[in-house]
Write a protein that binds this ligand. Structure first.
Ligand code: ADE
Length: 247
């Protein structure tokens, strides 16, 4: 997958791609990251990428021209036009389902917003999708792009190792939308804190039941709203009732 990032801070993207899964994906040639400096597509002495808002108000707005020129350059440079995604707090809330969908694309072009926002004609005429990574305001789209790329890249076949699976994670199909159960590793006891005995029992069906129970418990505690939209089995509903009664 080829990933272009339109930004006024291209250097921002140097170190995050040097580590871990993303670095390996780049090394293997599965993803290619291409940060593009929007200032290279300006024509004035100060390389201006923002301006005051029409109608008045606080702050500055990112101009459309450098974005338009950068996109035109990128899209004529390559056969694959790519899906153009604008990162903005008013975008659609990014989630695992969107990550899966985007992981199938051949090319993604991200636009990082800054300041008070981006000239609305970018979303009206140039972008295919607007994404937000959460209900809070960042100082720019750059950290949001990193989040989105990380979540997408690890879903592309070949990026994770043979023994790393995404199917049992929170928000994956394998967990039916529940949050993931807790994991433990050695030592069996640390500072008096013990690993639950059941995980050392070797009884796989009991372990599976314990894990399901924990998933329900954690989801109820941290994200109760997720439970409403789940298609739980009768057994799971019973378990949930029991957990609620115990609380
Ligand atoms: N830019 C500023 N805040 C953002 C957010 N929450 N998601 C995506 N882009 C943003």
């Amino acid at each position: 997958m080829r990933i272009d990032i339109l930004t006024i801070f291209p250097e921002y993207f140097i170190s995050p791609f040097k580590y871990g899964v993303l670095a390996r994906a780049i090394d293997k040639g599965i993803i290619k990251i291409n940060p593009i400096n929007l200032r290279d597509f300006t024509h004035d002495l100060h390389r201006t990428t923002d301006d005051r808002p029409y109608g008045g108000g606080e702050g500055m707005v990112m101009k459309i021209e450098p974005i338009f020129e950068a996109l035109s350059y990128l899209q004529q440079e390559y056969d694959e036009k790519g899906l153009v995604i604008l990162l903005t707090p008013s975008g659609k809330l990014f989630n695992q389902k969107i990550a899966y969908k985007l992981s199938k694309e051949k090319r993604l072009i991200f636009i990082c917003g800054r300041y008070e926002g981006v000239d609305a004609r970018v979303s009206e005429h140039l972008s295919d999708l607007e994404l937000s990574i959460g209900d809070y305001i960042l100082s720019g789209g750059e950290p949001a792009v990193l989040v989105v790329i990380d979540a997408i890249a690890r879903l592309i076949p070949g990026v994770l190792g043979k023994f790393q699976s995404t199917s049992e994670e929170s928000f994956s199909n394998g967990t039916k939308g529940l949050l993931e159960y807790p994991h433990y590793t050695r030592p069996r006891e640390f500072m008096g804190w013990k690993v639950p005995d059941i995980l050392l029992s070797g009884n796989h069906s009991k372990i599976a039941k314990w894990r399901k129970n924990k998933s329900l418990e954690i989801t109820l505690k941290n994200r109760p709203e997720l439970l409403k939209s789940l298609d739980l089995s009768e057994e799971e509903k019973e378990l949930l009732k029991k957990i609620k009664n115990e609380q």
